[in-house]
Write a protein of this length. Structure first.
Lengths: 324, 164
């Protein structure tokens, strides 16, 4: 009991540090893509103190609550948004025995908890009592209804192939062959997973709910100081969590050459590959119109992932009892 | 009191308070938020009963799904009409009387029945049991539910079609 609490505390803190440095990674990566240098002067070399400076700055900023806002809802929204984003890490194992809780329904827990994030999002959009924030929250609800299902179906393909919803047994099932290397089904499911991830994280090209040029910053336009920081933190934690999930489901988790002790490093590396893949798409594409976004989800991703799920079922059925 | 009992009472109080708030608050949007809290608390009850599968399904379908759709409906209607839709609760007293009667009935039943049945030991993996039940004894029911949902979908499409 006590050990679990300590373990969770350690994971949470390592995670928060990781989240802070993921922002630096993204800024450096984006800068590289645009032939810039990126953060440089705060902590040489290469601005390695920048995330800490950012956090200090945000903590010292004035906290503004709009006079016409729905006060309680507005103040609670960042917390309601952040908690599910951190909770998703509860079932992510970092090595066969390293993790807070390796539930037998790990994948389902992840999907269920991350679907709660939207509650905080529309609380913020509504509570701000600002038309941009409200429009953004409406678009968010729209988009999440559309992309939750393809995301779940894509994540279920490895579950069907492994015959388990427990993260550690899904990784164990990839001992011979990573699921991303599974002929056809693996690659298509991974593609669908990445696209649905982009949409679930509200990243370009699916960022109509932030859309700087029309909605300023969307549902968080009124937030400032630490509340803004909490929302940013939640968003990046969610991105990191989804990257870890993708690494566990498709890229073989901690499997890799070298001794087993290197496992967490391999997992981190794979998660970073997915994170950078998503970032790469973000900085390369333009925003898609809202009707196109909905069409991609309902007319392409949804039927495609359903067919993939069926195909995975057939594979397991023909393979016999081998899948467990 | 064990930790489990403390957890139960905390969750029970949250569940009751938020459920009451759903019907009593005049603000429609707040009512939805209380509903979300009540649904999450229900999920926590499942968790206390050591059924993480039901907890996850409860969160995914109700707190994540149903609440989102209700919010969608409110956002589409309320702000577009331009005036706030207030929730009015008529027959408060009658409702309270019926609720109290139901509570008294159930409580009386529970108090008089001998609670000799020990708590069944935890199933190895309830998820597997539920899955087998859904494709075994309850397969027809499941298929009928599917037909019902498809009918509802078609009905929604019929109402949403554009007038041409």
């Amino acid at each position: 009991m006590a050990w679990h609490a300590i373990e969770a505390f350690i994971v949470l803190n390592v995670l928060l540090g990781l989240v802070a440095y993921v922002t630096l990674l993204e800024r450096k990566f984006a800068a590289r893509m645009q032939s810039r240098i990126g953060p440089y002067y705060v902590g040489r070399p290469h601005g390695w103190l920048q995330p800490i400076a950012d956090a200090l700055k945000l903590m010292m900023k004035e906290d503004i609550v709009p006079a016409t806002s729905d006060r309680a809802v507005y103040n609670l929204a960042p917390i309601v948004f952040l908690v599910p984003c951190l909770l998703i890490f509860a079932t992510l194992p970092f090595a066969p025995t390293l993790g807070v809780a390796d539930l037998n329904i790990g994948v389902l827990f992840f999907l269920a908890v991350s679907s709660l994030e939207i509650v905080g999002l529309f609380m913020g959009g509504w509570g701000s009592n600002n038309k941009y924030a409200l429009l953004s929250a409406m678009r968010a609800v729209n988009q999440i209804i559309s992309y939750d299902l393809p995301f779940i179906f894509a994540a279920l393909v490895p579950v069907v192939l492994a015959g388990s919803m427990q993260m550690s047994s899904i990784v164990a099932a990839q001992q011979g062959l990573w699921f991303v290397a599974y002929p056809l089904i693996g690659q298509l499911a991974f593609l669908a997973f990445v696209v649905a991830t982009l949409a679930a994280e509200n990243r370009v090209p699916f960022d109509i709910l932030e859309a700087e040029s029309e909605l300023v910053a969307g549902f968080r336009v009124e937030y400032s100081g630490m509340k803004f920081a909490l929302i940013q933190l939640g968003e990046y934690a969610h991105m990191l969590g989804t990257s870890f999930l993708g690494a566990l489901l498709f890229l073989g988790g901690w499997l890799g050459p070298g001794p087993a002790a290197l496992g967490p490093l391999w997992l981190l590396l794979k998660a970073m590959v997915i994170f950078l893949l998503v970032t790469w798409v973000r900085w390369s594409f333009v925003r898609i119109r809202v009707d196109h976004i909905l069409a991609i989800s309902w007319k392409l991703l949804m039927p495609a992932t359903l067919v993939l799920l069926l195909a995975a079922g057939f594979v397991v059925a023909t393979r016999g009892a081998g899948g467990g | 009191m064990t930790l489990e009992a403390v957890g139960f009472w905390v969750v029970a109080v949250v569940l009751l308070a938020s459920s009451l708030a759903v019907v009593l608050t005049p603000n429609l949007f707040h009512a939805v938020l209380y509903l979300a809290a009540a649904l999450v608390a229900t999920g926590a009850i499942f968790l206390l009963l050591e059924q993480p599968f039901l907890f996850a399904v409860q969160l995914l379908l109700y707190a994540g799904g149903v609440v989102t759709i209700v919010v969608f409906a409110i956002m589409l209607t309320e702000r577009l009409i331009g005036e706030r839709v207030r929730q009015t609760s008529r027959h408060l007293v009658n409702g309270a009387i019926v609720a109290a009667a139901v509570f008294a009935g159930i409580a009386g039943f529970l108090l008089r029945s001998p609670l000799a049945t020990p708590r069944p030991g935890p199933v190895d993996d309830a998820t597997v049991a539920i899955g087998r039940a859904l494709v075994g004894p309850f397969a027809v029911t499941l298929e009928l539910l599917g037909v019902l949902l498809v009918t509802a979908l078609l009905g929604a499409l019929y109402f949403a079609r554009s007038d041409e």
